[in-house]
Write a protein that binds this ligand. Structure first.
Ligand SMILES: Cc1ncc(C[n+]2csc(CCOP(=O)(O)OP(=O)(O)O)c2C)c(N)n1
Ligand SMILES: [Mg+2]
Length: 798
């Protein structure tokens, strides 16, 4: 660190500039909106100002290029202002803050152009992401990769109310288990959330919590002015008063200003000797300055705190700040969405010495010579590392993974076998795969893979059962070369870890191919984290098993209904629910390649499905063994499976009914078609492997046609093209019926959609399929209702 007074002076100037730019950016955007559509959106002025000093200290002084930062959502304007000063953000994007393709309200890896490390916005997620990114950095290095790059610190700028989010504590627990290093959480302790002022004394709970998990805790409470005043006669009294002042009162006084401070202090401690003189010798303005001089607004205090860290243990900095510091909104409990009025803006502008029309000038209003400022910015350590988005070559994936498919098998067992087959090889693909599971590794069938590839641990640890010679199917051995990361039960952690692993190519320059497994219903438990992982374009496979009511006797509470719809609706995630293991064997290699793609490609069907741009994949699998079909995997069949569907039995020209099924109910669908054969002509059986991709292809093809690509035709349009118009379609899956309900809209066929709308009943599989109406009888009954004709003979009483 450079301790030269000049250095500090320039940092002070930049701190001012950053606050001005961020405040102006928000004011300007709202002003434009107000004129355009009358809609004012809440500002982040107060929330941003809170972090202006801390971020100035970090970005312009402390951070190294290899460090990565998750910026608190509402500090996005400060981040953009800093990047603007560093020449990495354009004025156009700043002027267009919150506008179409402008700088984003919350820092976004995918939508912002100025090198956001981690997207934030859903509070708590960015914080945990830094922890898991640090574990991933260790994983990468333990496997012998990335040694040429310096180890970075993973840093989160955390709002104090953000710590209400439980996922942060789930992550801390996991970090402790995994030997977390190189992780800093900087808490903006402004004691305000969105609605109000936070509970008294929270910092002490945090301190204990963090220490209990092995973190260092650094409390930055007082700024240099306060520290100096405490050394004056009477200073100890003042300190005592500050320490015992309740949060809401401190905030209210910050808002009210110097005269209010004076009155309050004199009323409460004014008769206590020296402290009176201490107060009296300061003007109102000086007194306000002193009382507002909390550690988090003191560049020296913050720099000292950061530079003093000389180890790689995780550190939590609790920094006292004032929300809205430096602005007239400072401290007011309603300031979260507060915006400065034009009159307040004028006063602020005058104080910042910014002339009309020069608001965006980088050095407007600063007193240091431009050349010095330019020189300083050109040498900021953080900005010396070249592009922050790293690249890593794609790993080759074979077209097929051969495995011996038994006559009767479940897709979950097939998944375990497929991974085991990959694990047998010494290929680059096998090396780059990393699996993870929240305490359901064995029950989701990863056991064989883990036996081969071991569990990752920074320190090796043998399996005690093995060393004690107690027979066990699974070897539970930890090694720095291990390729499975075993997590505790928290599903949020699973998805945040997948997010961190799935960005390794860009963050660490070393590609990993992450595969996470969990029980299907518990996707809901980690859904927001899954959404954010996809939002920041992390690449992974998530395998959910068992699923639906098909898990039958395992328990009603574990049945999942909505997940197929989640799979369809989740942006960035291609969802599959294959019925047969050979289908999964076709989808898995495709998914491993898909997760590595980032091209643009020509306008084509592949492109409508986003095959060129790539993404993550979700497999919804089952533990139900069903009869497998012995067949040759032709290229056409494989393409159909990957694109979402194919005819298992093509309907004839006189077909009255088509049964379209997805997943484990294949058996019932096949049985129902057999039962109807004598009474309905040419019944068709449509196998659907991905409602998501079929639907996405259909929507995209329609859009493409509307935009002039007249020949655009999606797979489902082609599949249903020859189905006679009078033919009815019965759809069935172990999930919400709406998943396939749209099939009738493709060419206007009548549809009856079967599925599960209520859950919770336990029982045998037969009993439950009957109870919920997805057994063969229910399919036949639906067919009879939708495709009138003579009564179907094999229809049993339902
Ligand atoms: C998961 C989630 N819930 C709610 C919100 C809405 N929200 C945005 S900021 C905020 C309060 C933030 O308080 P704090 O973290 O202390 O930051 P400050 O505003 O004090 O800077 C809330 C509730 C959100 N962004 N994400
Ligand atoms: Mg706060």
């Amino acid at each position: 660190m450079s301790g030269a007074p000049k250095h500090l002076e320039i940092l002070r100037e930049l701190e001012k500039k950053v606050l001005w730019l961020a405040t102006w950016m928000i004011h300007n955007a709202n002003h434009l909106r107000e004129n355009a559509d009358g809609l004012k959106v809440g500002g982040h002025q107060a929330s941003s100002a809170s972090l202006a000093t801390i971020m100035t200290a970090l970005y312009f002084d402390v951070l190294k290029p290899e460090d990565r930062v998750a910026v608190k959502p509402h500090a996005s304007p400060i981040f953009h202002a800093i990047q603007y000063l560093l020449g990495k953000q354009t004025r156009g994007k700043m002027e267009n803050f919150r506008g179409y393709k402008g700088a984003q309200s919350y820092p976004s890896r995918t939508k912002d152009a100025d090198d956001v490390d981690f997207s934030t916005g859903s509070v708590g997620l960015g914080v945990a992401q830094t922890l898991f990114s640090s574990l991933v950095q260790d994983y990468v290095r333990a496997h012998g990769w990335g040694a040429a790059r310096r180890e970075g610190r993973m840093i989160a700028l955390v709002g104090d109310a953000e710590l209400d989010e439980g996922n942060i504590f789930e992550a801390m627990l996991e970090g402790w288990k995994q030997g977390l290093r190189n992780c800093w959480w900087v808490i903006d302790y402004n004691r305000q959330s969105l609605d109000a002022v936070v509970r008294e004394g929270l910092w002490a709970r945090y301190e204990n919590l963090f220490k209990a998990f092995g973190w260092d805790v650094v409390i930055v409470k007082y700024g240099a002015l306060q520290e100096a005043a405490f050394r004056e006669p009477g200073g100890a009294k003042l300190k005592e008063w500050i320490d015992s002042c309740p949060n809401p009162l401190y905030s209210a006084l910050v808002f009210s200003g110097g005269a209010a401070w004076r009155k309050r202090l004199l009323d409460e401690i004014g008769d206590q000797g020296d402290v009176t003189a201490l107060i009296e010798k300061r003007s109102d303005e000086e007194l306000a300055q002193l009382m507002n001089n909390l550690g988090g607004h003191d560049l020296t205090a913050m720099r000292n705190a950061f530079h003093a860290v000389d180890h790689d243990r995780p550190v939590c900095f609790i920094c006292y700040t004032v929300k809205g510091f430096g602005l007239p909104l400072a401290g007011h409990k309603d300031n979260h969405a507060g915006l400065m009025t034009p009159a307040q803006m004028q006063t602020f502008r005058a104080a910042m010495k910014v002339r009309e029309g020069h608001e965006w000038d980088r050095f407007e209003g600063l007193s240091a010579p431009e050349s010095e400022l330019e020189n300083f910015l050109a040498n900021v350590p953080f900005a010396q590392g070249g592009p922050r988005r790293l690249a890593s070559p794609q790993i080759g994936v074979p077209d097929e993974i051969r495995l011996a498919i038994q006559p009767k098998m479940s897709t979950q067992a097939g998944f375990g076998l497929l991974l085991n087959e990959i694990g047998k090889q010494e290929s680059e693909l096998a090396k780059r795969i990393v699996t993870t599971s929240p305490d359901v590794t064995v029950s989701t069938n990863l056991g064989a893979w883990v036996n081969r590839r071991k569990i990752f641990g920074r320190e090796a640890a043998p399996d005690t059962f093995k060393s004690e010679r107690i027979p066990s199917t699974f070897t539970w051995e930890f090694s720095p070369q291990g390729q499975h990361i075993e997590l505790g039960i928290a599903e949020m952690n699973l998805f945040i870890l997948l997010s961190a692993l799935g960005l390794s190519h860009s963050i660490n320059g070393e590609r990993l191919l992450p595969i996470g497994t969990l029980y299907d219903p518990f996707i809901a438990r980690g859904l927001d984290a899954l959404n954010y992982a996809c939002y920041q374009d992390a690449r992974f496979i998530v395998t959910a098993t068992p699923s639906g009511i098909t898990l039958a006797p395992e328990g009603g509470a574990h049945q999942s209904i909505a997940q197929p719809l989640i799979g369809m609706a989740q942006d960035g995630l291609a969802a599959f629910e294959p019925a047969f293991v050979d289908e999964l064997a076709a989808i898995l290699p495709w998914s491993l390649a898909y997760m590595q793609k980032e091209g643009e490609g020509e306008a084509s069907e592949r492109n409508w499905l986003r095959d060129e741009t790539g993404g993550s994949t979700y497999f919804r699998l089952s533990t139900r063994p069903i009869d497998q079909i012995a067949r040759e995997m032709t290229p056409e069949l494989k393409q159909g499976i990957v694109d979402g569907g194919y005819w298992l039995r093509k309907p004839g020209p006189n077909a009255q009914v088509v049964v379209a099924y997805m997943g484990a109910v294949a058996k019932e669908a096949i049985e129902a078609v057999g039962m109807m054969g004598e009474d309905r002509r040419d019944v068709g059986l449509l196998a659907i492997t991905s409602a998501d991709r079929l639907n996405a292809g259909w929507t995209a093809a329609q859009r493409a046609r509307e935009r002039g690509l007249v020949h655009a035709r999606s797979l489902i349009e082609r599949l249903l093209a020859d189905v006679p118009p009078h033919c009815g379609i019965v759809t069935v899956l172990d999930g919400h019926p709406a998943t396939l309900g749209w099939l009738g809209a493709v060419h206007g066929h009548r549809v009856r959609s079967l599925g599960v709308e209520h859950f919770g009943q336990t029982g045998s599989l037969e009993a439950l399929y009957r109870h919920y109406g997805i057994d063969a009888d229910a399919i036949v009954a639906a067919a009879q209702a939708i495709a009138p004709g003579r009564p179907i003979r094999y229809l049993r009483q339902v």
